[in-house]
Design a protein around this ligand. Structure first.
Ligand SMILES: NC(=O)c1ccc[n+]([C@@H]2O[C@H](COP(=O)([O-])OP(=O)(O)OC[C@H]3O[C@@H](n4cnc5c(N)ncnc54)[C@H](O)[C@@H]3O)[C@@H](O)[C@H]2O)c1
Length: 492
C-alpha cells in the first residue's frame, strides 16, 4: 500500500469537510470530489472554519499545509490520489454503486475507506475491483478535532489494508481503534445509540427535558468519560475489590431493569419535545456559535489530558513527539558553518497579545523549541534526562525589534558563542520569514546539571565535543554587537 501524500475525498459534506481540514493541517494534499459543484465553496468554508481551533491544538512545528483542490469528476480524483475516504450519504445501494465505480479507476494499491456510521464493510466491498483494499474508517464529528477512528475490515479486507489505514490515520493525529468483528453500528455508535434510545424514552414519558438529561451527563459521567471509559470507571466504583464487587453490588439492577432498549415510536409530539428542548438549551445561539464553543473546549480538554498522557491527550502527545522529531530531523547538520536554522513555525492566532502582536511568553517558547532541536541533535533526549543529566537555562535576555502578527511565518537561527565544560552561551535571532526582517534576538546562558545531585556538572565528551566544534565554527561569524548587552535607558 502507498505512502499517503494526497488524500481523495468522495463526498464533501460535514464529514468530508472535517477530513479535509485535518489532513491539510498536517501537510497532506486533498482532492475533494462531490457530485454537486457548489460543494467546492462549502468545503473551503468548512476548512476555514476549522482552522482557528486546529491552529490552537498544538504548538509543535507543523509541515507546510497541504493544498486543496476540488472536482466533480470522481473518477479523475480516484486516479490521482494515494488514499480515498468515502463520505457520501448513508445509503447502502448508493455507496455500493459509487465504491464499485471508483474502484475501477483507483489503482489496486490505493486504500479505500468508508466513513459509514453503521454499514458493514463486507456489504460495501461486494462489487468492487480489488475489494481487499476496502475498510471502514469511521470518524467522529468534528473529524478535525476528535482523534477516534474505528477501523473495521470486511470478509475480503486484507491485513495490509488495515495496517496502511492505521499508519495514515495515526500520521494525521488520530487514534485508530481496530474493531475485531464487523457489526452494524461498529462499537461507538452502538453505545451512543443505547444512550440515545433511553433519552428518547425519558423525553417521551415526560420524565425529563432534553436539558435535564444533558445536565445528567455533563456534570457527572461526561467528565469521567473524557479519560476513562465506563468499564474502567466501574472498576473504580467497586472500591478496593474493583469490578468483581461492582458486579455483585449492582448486578441485580440489571434485572429490574433500569433500561428499555427498544426505541420509542418517533411521534410528532416526541419530535416537537426534542426540538423545543434543544432550542431552549441553545438559548438563541446559532449552530456556528455552538460549534465554535464546542471546538474551543475540545482543544482545551485534549491539552489538559496531554499532561496526564491519557485518552485523547495521549494521542496528541504522540503526534507532537512525531512532529518535533521530524522537525529536528530537518534541522541543518550541526557541523554547518552558518548559524543553525533550528525552528520554522507559524504564529498561532492565540499567541498574540491585546496589541495584536506575538506575545512575550511565546518568544520564550519559540526560542525554547530552537534549543530543544539543538539538544536533540547533540544526543540530549528523554533517555539522557532519565539518566540524570539535563541542561538548565540560567539567564535569558530577549530583545523585541519588530512586530510579528498572527499567522506570520517566523524562523530562528542560533549561534553558539561560548562553551566550557559545564556551560554554554547561545545567541538566537528570530526573523519574519516573509520579508527576512530581524524581529527579535535572544541571548542565553545554559548550565549542564546533574539532576540527581542537584548540581552543575561537566558535560560528557559526547555532548561537549560536538558543541565545541559548533562554537569554533561559529566564532568565524563574529560576535553579535548585542551579545552581552544589559538593559539601560539610552541617552538622548
Ligand atoms: N455527520 C456525522 O456526524 C457523521 C459521523 C461519522 C460518520 N458519518 C458518515 O459519513 C457519511 C457522510 O455523512 P455527512 O454527515 O458528511 O453527510 P452530508 O449529507 O453532509 O454529505 C454527503 C455529501 O455527499 C455528496 N454526495 C451525494 N451523492 C454523491 C455521489 N454519488 N458522489 C459523490 N458525492 C455525493 C453530497 O453532495 C454531500 O456533499 C455517512 O456515511 C455518515 O454515516 C457521519
Amino acid at each position: 500500500m502507498r505512502q499517503v501524500r494526497t488524500l481523495g475525498l468522495l463526498g464533501t459534506g460535514v464529514i468530508g469537510g472535517g477530513w479535509a481540514a485535518r489532513a491539510l493541517h498536517f501537510g497532506i494534499d486533498v482532492v475533494a470530489a462531490d457530485v454537486k459543484p457548489e460543494m467546492e465553496a462549502w468545503i473551503r468554508g468548512a476548512v476555514a472554519n476549522a482552522e482557528p481551533a486546529l491552529a490552537r491544538l498544538t504548538s509543535a512545528p507543523l509541515p507546510p499545509k497541504g493544498k486543496l483542490s476540488f472536482t466533480t469528476d470522481l473518477n479523475a480524483m480516484a486516479r490521482e490520489v494515494d488514499f480515498i475516504q468515502e463520505n457520501i450519504p448513508e445509503q447502502l445501494p448508493l455507496k455500493q454503486r459509487v465504491l464499485a465505480e471508483v474502484s475501477r479507476h483507483a489503482p489496486a494499491d490505493v486504500v479505500i475507506a468508508s466513513s459509514t456510521s453503521g454499514l458493514m464493510p463486507s456489504d460495501l466491498q461486494k462489487d468492487m475491483v480489488a475489494p481487499e483494499r476496502l475498510l471502514v474508517g469511521h470518524p467522529f464529528n468534528p473529524v478535525y478535532l476528535l482523534p477516534l477512528v474505528e477501523l473495521v475490515g470486511g470478509a475480503k479486507t486484507s491485513d495490509a489494508t488495515i495496517e496502511a489505514a492505521r499508519r495514515f490515520y495515526t500520521y494525521i493525529g488520530m487514534h485508530a481503534l481496530k474493531v475485531r468483528k464487523e457489526i452494524p453500528g461498529h462499537l461507538t455508535d452502538r453505545l451512543q445509540e443505547a444512550l440515545w434510545r433511553e433519552i428518547l424514552h425519558m423525553v417521551n414519558d415526560g420524565v425529563a427535558t432534553t436539558g435535564e438529561l444533558d445536565e445528567s451527563i455533563v456534570y457527572g459521567p461526561g467528565l469521567r468519560w473524557a479519560a476513562m471509559g465506563t468499564n474502567q470507571i466501574y472498576h473504580l466504583a467497586g472500591g478496593e475489590a474493583g469490578m468483581r464487587h461492582m458486579l455483585h453490588q449492582f448486578g441485580p439492577c440489571l434485572k429490574w431493569p433500569w433500561t428499555k432498549l427498544e426505541a420509542p415510536e418517533l411521534t410528532e409530539q416526541l419530535i416537537d419535545r426534542m426540538v423545543e428542548g434543544t432550542a431552549e438549551q441553545a438559548a438563541g445561539r446559532s449552530i456556528r456559535e455552538l460549534e465554535r464553543l464546542r471546538d474551543d473546549y475540545l482543544v482545551a480538554i485534549q491539552q489538559v489530558l496531554r499532561q496526564f498522557d491519557i485518552g485523547a491527550g495521549k494521542t496528541l502527545k504522540a503526534l507532537e513527539t512525531r512532529l518535533y522529531n521530524e522537525h529536528a530531523g530537518k534541522a541543518p547538520a550541526i557541523d554547518a558553518d552558518g548559524p543553525l536554522r533550528l525552528v520554522d513555525t507559524v504564529v498561532r492566532p492565540d499567541w498574540v497579545d491585546y496589541n495584536g502582536h506575538l506575545t512575550d511568553s511565546r518568544y520564550f517558547q519559540i526560542y525554547g523549541d530552537a534549543v530543544d532541536v539543538l539538544l536533540r541533535r547533540l544526543g540530549i533526549d528523554e533517555a539522557y534526562r532519565a539518566a540524570g543529566h539535563s541542561p538548565f537555562t540560567a539567564e535569558t535576555h530577549v530583545r523585541y525589534l519588530a512586530e510579528v502578527g498572527p499567522s506570520e511565518s517566523v524562523h530562528v537561527t542560533t549561534q553558539v558563542l561560548d562553551v566550557d565544560a559545564k556551560r554554554f552561551r547561545l545567541f538566537h535571532r528570530l526573523y519574519r520569514t516573509r520579508d527576512g526582517v530581524l524581529a527579535s534576538t535572544c541571548e542565553q546562558l545554559w548550565l549542564h546539571v546533574d539532576t540527581r545531585a542537584g548540581k552543575v556538572a561537566p558535560m560528557p565528551e559526547a555532548v561537549l565535543a560536538p558543541l565545541s566544534t559548533i562554537a569554533a565554527r561559529h566564532a568565524k561569524l563574529g560576535r553579535p554587537d548585542e551579545a552581552g548587552r544589559g538593559i539601560a535607558l539610552s541617552k538622548g
